[in-house]
Design a protein around this ligand. Structure first.
Ligand SMILES: [Zn+2]
Length: 177
């Protein structure tokens, strides 16, 4: 039996163009697997899976591919340089993605001018990623969260909106799916 499901992920965001096709196979007993073919994620699952189990597997694989390809889509160095120039901030010596950053979206080490961003961000809209970059760039100048720091960050006009978005996403992820 074969069923196909197509959906566009993250409808309100421009970050994803993947389509998902799920193939059920009665020969498959336990494990699921997924491959990326062009912009299509093909997921093979055991025939006996419930709709809820299928949804879980689809979420797992789409997030995995989103993160992997989202991270390579975004040129962090160029983006940080552009934002630093626009807001009169320092340019970092290095900026890169990291996984599993203990629920932190980003971190900055002013001493050596390095910035790390959680790769969970790649699934979020660009204007949210830009906020986190501006936040960490501002820490190169001002390590604490004082008034001077926020004056720098608030030059980015979507700061309040982005902070609200991240707070909402953090509670969604804390509650699980
Ligand atoms: Zn901070």
């Amino acid at each position: 039996m074969t069923t196909a499901l197509q959906r566009t992920l993250f409808d309100d965001q421009a970050t994803s163009e993947f389509e998902v096709v799920v193939v059920r196979s009665n020969k498959r007993k336990k494990s699921s697997e997924a491959v990326l073919v062009g912009r299509e994620i093909r997921i093979r699952i055991p025939g006996h899976m419930t709709a809820a189990e299928e949804a879980e597997v689809v979420t797992y694989f789409t997030e995995k591919f989103e993160t992997k390809y989202g991270a390579s889509r975004i040129d962090l160095v160029a983006r940080a340089a552009k934002l630093a120039k626009r807001y009169g901030l320092e340019t970092p010596n290095s900026i890169r993605w990291v996984s599993n950053q203990n629920q932190r979206w980003g971190s900055c080490t002013p001493d050596d001018g390095t910035i790390r961003l959680s790769d969970a961000l790649v699934r979020y809209p660009d204007w949210v990623i830009d906020y986190v970059i501006v936040h960490e760039l501002a820490h190169l100048t001002e390590p604490g969260h004082n008034d001077d720091f926020w004056a720098l960050v608030n030059q980015y006009t979507k700061t309040e909106r982005a902070r609200g978005y991240l707070i909402a996403m953090a509670s969604v992820e804390a509650e699980g799916r």
